[in-house]
Design a protein around this ligand. Structure first.
Ligand code: NAD
Ligand code: MG
Length: 407
């Protein structure tokens, strides 16, 4: 059975639900806590985690009376323990504490750490057969098929929380798997949708951080500007729903009202619509298999007025095409795509490379990786993590020459 549930897997949930939020202090964490706050009688918070933000974590821990909190940065343990003294809230620090948070029994877990750092904690939740709302797309891109196989083996239930994938998840319920012909994920096109290639090349950090529709964490906002985010999402969709690259289309839709569509063989197309607010897909995951009251603004299509669509431009956004290349090559190359992109985004934020160099660094890393004959299917999380590390090193080595190249 697939780890992403089918519509007829429905069985009503009842009673108080014990929930854990990995990455509670981030943008998705914030939206998740907002939904929990709206119905405190329904939820008991088991565990919350953060990277370094002790203040934010403690505030949430106190508000929600969490049982356990963990901070990834080990040097912050003293500070965390002091702030929680006398509260009875257990705490820990370091990667092992984040994993402990994932392992503790809960009825529902939000995986919202950013980047490949989220892989091991998400797998820890998978291995206890948890119900997981998966926002952390990089962990899926990094571990690919292996992640989904492990979920199928353990009986974990993966609920897609990324808005496009949540839309597909909802729309897929309208037909059977054999009747599906393709899925369409929409992209806002980001802040540079109408920019000339030469201007995109020189875009500043401030410009890249101005997303027209969505308010999100820094890394994903830059990925949206480069359309690398859509590339990661193409790969995420392929693994989540076991689709071939030819079954996945990307459609630029600047209003971000339709999040995803599924086409069946009679050419009926089912779409999910909603205001661009992550609280809607998160609410769908949190309530699943029921529906709970949402927190986003209800959709007012008359006010939106017009929905428009464009074909993505691979020439101006080469990172999107690279995702399809990575998926077609398989054998760990999607892991390389993600790792090189994480290095490139960090270098762009540190102003070591121009915006246009992000995709060039990813392409150069993928090419060198394939040329070196490093291709083999992933068979463990350690495999994925080893590829991730080697690809990061390769990207870091290529960085100076990519940075120096004039365009
Ligand atoms: P963010 O940067 O706002 O938050 C990330 C969270 O993870 C924070 O709580 C941070 O403390 C924690 N974290 C970061 N590095 C860590 C590490 N090494 N170890 C442990 N914890 C760590 O990011 P976000 O925008 O909330 O995105 C989280 C994930 O959800 C990403 O994978 C992103 O692609 C995905 N996602 C985000 C959105 C969105 O609207 N923000 C939409 C869809 C998917
Ligand atoms: Mg998305």
């Amino acid at each position: 059975m697939s780890a992403v549930p089918l519509r007829n897997d429905k069985a009503a949930a009842s009673g108080v639900r014990r929930v854990t939020v990995l990455g509670a202090t981030g943008s998705i964490g914030d939206s998740t806590m907002d939904l929990l706050r709206a119905a405190p009688e329904r939820y008991q918070v088991e565990a919350l985690t953060a990277n370094t933000n002790v203040d934010g974590l403690v505030k949430l821990a106190m508000e929600f009376r969490a049982r356990f909190v963990a901070v990834a940065d080990e040097s912050r343990l003293g500070e965390l323990r002091a702030a929680l003294a006398g509260t009875g809230i257990e705490s820990g620090a370091g990667d092992s504490a984040i994993i402990e948070a994932a392992q503790r029994q809960s009825d529902w877990l939000m995986a919202a750490v950013s980047g490949a750092a989220g892989l091991k904690p998400a797998l820890a939740a998978v291995d206890r057969g948890a119900t997981i709302a998966l926002a952390n797309k990089e962990c899926l891109v990094c571990a690919g098929d292996f992640f989904m196989q492990r979920a199928a083996q353990s009986g974990a239930c993966i609920l897609p929380a990324d808005s496009e994938h949540n839309a597909l998840f909802q729309a897929l319920g309208s037909g059977n798997r054999e009747e599906l012909t393709r899925v369409i994920i929409t992209a806002s096109g980001g802040p540079f949708r109408t920019w000339a290639a030469a201007d995109i090349e020189q875009a500043t950090l401030e410009q890249a951080l101005k997303h027209p529709n969505w308010s999100m964490g820094q890394k994903i906002t830059i990925d949206s500007a480069s359309m690398m985010n859509k590339g990661l999402e193409v790969i995420e969709a392929a693994y989540l729903f076991a689709l071939s690259p030819d079954q996945i289309d990307v459609l630029v839709h600047p209003q971000s009202i339709i999040h995803g569509m599924v086409e069946f063989r009679d050419f009926s197309v089912m779409a999910q619509l909603g205001s661009p607010d992550m609280r809607t897909p998160i609410a769908h995951c949190l309530g699943w298999p029921d529906r709970i009251p949402g927190r986003a603004a209800p959709l007012d299509l008359a006010k939106v007025g017009t929905l428009t669509f464009e074909t993505p431009d691979y020439a101006r956004f080469p990172g999107l095409k690279l995702a399809f290349d990575a998926l077609r090559t398989g054998n760990g190359v999607t892991t390389v795509y993600n790792a090189a992109n994480e290095i490139a985004v960090a270098a762009f934020i540190a102003q070591k490379i121009r915006f246009g160099a992000i995709a060039r660094l990813v392409e150069a890393t993928m090419n060198d990786w394939v040329r070196a004959g490093n291709l083999a299917p992933l068979s463990s999380a350690d495999d994925a993590i080893a590829i991730d590390h080697r690809a990061r090193e390769m990207a870091a080595t290529l960085l100076p020459q990519i940075a120096a190249k004039a365009f």
